[in-house]
Ligand binder design. Structure first.
Ligand SMILES: *[C@@H]1O[C@H](CO)[C@@H](O)[C@H](O)[C@H]1NC(C)=O
Ligand SMILES: *[C@@H]1O[C@H](CO)[C@@H](O)[C@H](O)[C@H]1NC(C)=O
Ligand SMILES: *[C@@H]1O[C@H](CO)[C@@H](O)[C@H](O)[C@H]1NC(C)=O
Ligand SMILES: *[C@@H]1O[C@H](CO)[C@@H](O)[C@H](O)[C@H]1NC(C)=O
Ligand SMILES: *[C@@H]1O[C@H](CO)[C@@H](O)[C@H](O)[C@H]1NC(C)=O
Ligand SMILES: *[C@@H]1O[C@H](CO)[C@@H](O)[C@H](O)[C@H]1NC(C)=O
Ligand SMILES: *[C@@H]1O[C@H](CO)[C@@H](O)[C@H](O)[C@H]1NC(C)=O
Ligand SMILES: *[C@@H]1O[C@H](CO)[C@@H](O)[C@H](O)[C@H]1NC(C)=O
Ligand SMILES: *[C@@H]1O[C@H](CO)[C@@H](O)[C@H](O)[C@H]1NC(C)=O
Length: 485
């Protein structure tokens, strides 16, 4: 495989920061929360909600206080993927670089139990597309500069709070700068609220359905926003919690949305088995995600939720009130609130309650990969060999299973780094894979058919660790490195 070389000038620019990066990396070793090694900041967008009483002109209100999120009468009778409502110019303020406008779509979908449901997708339009809704006769209209690529991008929601949906929180910031980089490549970026109206974090079937229907709904109207529908290409990308949603989408595509063409899927740092990953996240800075996953997976499962409520300790330091409080938290709030805890301490019978079939059966049905179909689109998997959140062999087993069933997969196993490092190290390869499949020119070697598994040795690229402000208002401003970092 090949990789874009780093430009020496860019390296010089940050040479002075490299030492700091190395030091922070050592300090962060063993942790599983996404930290920016340079700044130490927890890198995910859940930390920030719009100010509670911001003027209506600056930010949209939270979903529970926004009537736009209420589906119109009769919505249940529409077909999955039907557009129920469209909101052009949705965000009064856009805080994501390289986006010029947004629109939102409320659409019909199907939940994990195959009941009618609905969700919302937010679409970000790249700056390069700014003249593409002008009449084609306008001198500023240039069809070849107008977007034909669109990526369904799964942000790691990690929350069991419906008011922490991506459609709301993305007003403040994106998690990692990957959206900014896709927009710089001229693609529409479509973010589904894949957890649905109940915030079913870790409900895989729900996530797959919601993403497939978001894609159907958005593609049915994106021509109005200038997307070049005669040559449109659809990609799919997620890392970690986002990969959970992307992977179920890829598995379910063939059976649930045979009408939809997905041209590429990119699945980074995937966690094929929620039981395994929850055991590994427990007792660490990631314990909050064990709590939100247990809440999320039981949202649509009344029997499992009833069991959970019955088994939570009524009193003591680790009690039901404290546990259920996570339903009002963003992912970052939950990480703070439960950091280092043994989540099994909240249960009357400790770990046995977690291992009870009442819990494990719903996990098996809704949160284990490889049981719902085979991805038929070309796919790129990337994962660190030393991923501490989810063993690489679980992903290798899934890849092998799919390859034996005729899939087309490039699988990179990075010999360097752990779960968080691979988020940053893999980004450029993920973008090049998407470029290859959406635009026909990516600097990555992809098997035309069948599968290729490669051990790669890719160190962290410190440029990608720099926060957005560094490029826009900090020392990197004005360097003309659009899309870098
Ligand atoms: C692609 O990567 C190879 C190997 O790193 C490099 O030689 C080549 O210049 C790259 N091509 C482009 C277009 O960046
Ligand atoms: C914003 O809300 C807080 C409490 O929620 C209140 O103390 C403050 O006065 C409010 N500010 C404005 C400008 O309304
Ligand atoms: C959803 O589906 C389940 C199982 O198929 C059923 O028992 C339940 O009543 C349904 N709920 C709603 C709200 O339709
Ligand atoms: C859009 O058109 C204006 C006026 O012709 C031009 O200045 C601008 O560069 C164009 N934008 C893009 C992205 O091509
Ligand atoms: C139209 O866009 C293409 C691709 O961005 C660019 O190469 C070309 O120069 C543009 N044409 C005009 C007339 O601006
Ligand atoms: C998921 O992992 C657990 C242990 O971590 C294991 O007991 C279970 O069998 C796995 N499920 C599947 C379907 O492989
Ligand atoms: C539940 O836990 C919280 C936080 O530790 C504590 O403040 C509260 O008193 C506890 N409630 C009961 C009923 O023990
Ligand atoms: C619930 O969470 C909030 C912060 O999100 C915290 O201030 C409060 O103490 C928590 N309550 C309990 C009972 O844990
Ligand atoms: C992965 O490796 C571990 C430890 O070597 C082993 O217990 C587990 O069964 C393996 N899982 C798979 C899916 O191969």
């Amino acid at each position: 495989m090949t990789l874009l070389p780093r430009l020496p000038s860019r390296l010089l620019v940050v040479a002075g920061l490299l030492l700091a990066t190395t030091v922070s990396l050592v300090a962060a070793a063993g942790a599983s929360v996404h930290h920016n090694p340079l700044t130490g900041e927890v890198v995910n967008f859940y930390g920030e909600r719009p100010p509670p009483n911001a003027t209506v002109h600056k930010y949209l209100p939270p979903p529970s206080k926004d009537d736009w999120y209420k589906p119109p009468d009769g919505w249940e009778a529409t077909k999955p993927g039907a557009v129920l409502r469209t909101r052009p110019h949705a965000y009064p303020t856009i805080n994501i670089r390289n986006a010029i406008d947004t629109f939102q779509v409320l659409y019909r979908t199907t939940d994990s139990r195959n009941n009618a449901s609905w969700s919302v997708a937010t679409v970000f339009i790249p700056k390069s597309h700014e003249n593409c809704t002008l009449p084609t006769s306008s001198p500023s209209y240039n069809a070849s500069a107008c977007s034909h690529g669109i990526v369904a991008y799964e942000v790691p929601s990690d929350s069991a709070d419906p008011d922490a949906a991506p459609s709301y929180l993305l007003q403040m910031r994106e998690p990692y700068g990957e959206m900014r980089d896709m927009l710089a490549r001229g693609w529409f970026v479509m973010v589904p609220d894949y957890e649905g109206p109940g915030a079913s974090f870790c409900a895989g079937v729900q996530a797959g359905h919601a993403t497939l229907d978001a894609s159907r709904a958005v593609l049915s109207i994106a021509g109005q926003f200038g997307l070049q529908m005669d040559r449109v290409k659809l990609g799919l990308w997620g890392y970690s919690g986002g990969a959970f949603a992307a992977e179920f989408t890829a598995e379910l595509a063939e059976s649930y949305a045979p009408d939809l063409t997905i041209d590429a899927s990119v699945i980074g740092g995937s966690s094929p088995n929620l039981t395994t990953v929850d055991e590994r996240m427990n007792n660490k800075d990631t314990a909050g995600l064990v709590v939100t996953s247990i809440l999320g997976i039981t949202v649509q499962q009344p029997a499992a939720r009833e069991f959970l409520l019955k088994q939570l300790q009524p009193t003591g330091p680790f009690n039901a009130t404290r546990f259920m409080n996570a339903t009002t938290m963003t992912g970052a709030d939950a990480l703070d609130a439960f950091s280092g805890q043994n989540v099994f301490d909240y249960f009357v019978n400790g770990r046995d309650d977690w291992a009870n079939p009442a819990m494990q059966d719903v996990i098996h049905d809704d949160a284990v990969m490889g049981l719902h179909g085979v991805p038929r689109m070309p796919s790129f998997y990337y994962k660190a060999e030393h991923d501490e959140m989810s063993p690489v062999n679980e992903t290798a087993a899934i890849v092998e299973q799919f390859c034996n069933a005729g899939a087309n997969i490039l699988f990179h196993r990075n010999t360097l780094g752990g779960h968080n490092d691979e988020l940053w190290s893999g980004r450029l390869r993920a973008l090049e894979y998407l470029s290859a499949k959406l635009d026909g020119h990516g600097n990555i070697t992809i098997p035309a058919t069948g599968c290729a598994t490669l051990d790669v040795t890719i160190p962290l690229d410190p440029l990608y660790l720099l926060p957005d402000w560094w490029w826009t208002e900090g020392p990197g401003a004005g360097l003309g490195l659009a899309g870098a970092g």
